[in-house]
Design a protein around this ligand. Structure first.
Ligand code: NAD
Length: 248
């Protein structure tokens, strides 16, 4: 019986266009907890939906308090073996762009040019005004948040400043959805890595790629809702699985 990793190697070698699609599981070895595993963020905190963030100063304060509680692990995080393996395939010309649900900037840090990272759920390494979209750096927010713990408002229009991520109840970014759709439709190998595949519409991309004729590989240490439509399921650690594909 050939191992899943060997089969993955053959599929990568045979593919012309590979689109990776990543979730929080690729970053756990970098010290950033995922949402749904035991010890994950949701076992500790209920997520703050967008309408609550908009309506309540308290919710905004709590949201920024949680963001700054993650600051040291985010700032210390370096790309893991999964990130580096995907960056190697990108440098080899096999990966035109990556689609990610992650907000941690680690694909960019591993060598992907920012224009080739399609971030479906935004990026938490900076902030934006929810009214006029003005960008603010996290250090700017921190200076104003400390020591009273009050979330700041936009200097241009007075609306709340939010981490540049997509919360539940917030609309998906249109251009990113369009690009992810196109990538899923035009690849011959789609790799869903470290995602429980329960957050929609993001979880629709593996299905779309499969329906458009791509081979689908799922790499995740737990079963996902889409294992039954995959051509190959590797239910194993991501770093161990992708480590052999790191070049450099
Ligand atoms: P998720 O938490 O729902 O699923 C992560 C999956 O990865 C789980 O099934 C878990 O068992 C698996 N996993 C964890 N570590 C693994 C490892 N080392 N090897 C193999 N599998 C591993 O995450 P999701 O599907 O990405 O959806 C949650 C949402 O959370 C996303 O929208 C994302 O925006 C957000 N989020 C992002 C980060 C990040 O940027 N790193 C962290 C937490 C949450």
């Amino acid at each position: 019986l050939r191992s899943g990793i060997e089969m993955l190697g053959d599929m990568i070698a045979e593919a012309r266009t590979i689109v990776p699609f990543t979730g929080a599981g690729i970053s756990t070895e970098c010290g950033i907890p995922d949402f749904r595993s035991p010890g994950g963020l949701w076992t500790r905190n209920r997520p703050i939906p967008f309408d609550e963030f908009v309506a309540s100063q308290e919710a905004r304060d709590e949201s920024w308090r949680r963001r700054f509680a993650m600051e040291s692990s985010l700032a210390a995080a370096r790309p893991g073996r999964g990130h580096r393996a995907l960056a190697s395939l990108y440098k080899a010309g096999k990966v035109p762009a990556i689609v990610t649900q992650n907000i941690d900037n680690l694909h960019q840090a591993s060598g992907f040019s920012a224009e080739h990272v399609v971030e479906l759920h935004g990026n938490t390494t900076y902030a934006r005004c929810i009214g006029c979209g003005t960008r603010f750096e996290i250090a700017w927010v921190k200076e104003r948040f400390d020591p009273k713990g009050i979330a700041p408002s936009c200097t241009a229009c007075g609306e709340p400043v939010k981490s540049a991520t997509i919360s539940f109840g917030q609309s998906m970014p249109e251009e990113e959805m369009r690009r992810a759709t196109e990538l899923a439709q035009h690849c011959d190998l789609f790799l869903a890595i470290g995602s429980s595949l329960v957050v929609w519409p993001a979880a629709g991309f593996p299905v779309l790629a499969r329906n458009c004729g791509a081979r689908l590989v799922i790499i995740n240490n737990e079963p996902t809702d889409q294992d039954d439509i995959a051509d190959l399921v590797i239910r194993y650690d991501i770093g161990e699985t992708l480590g052999p594909f790191v070049r450099n």
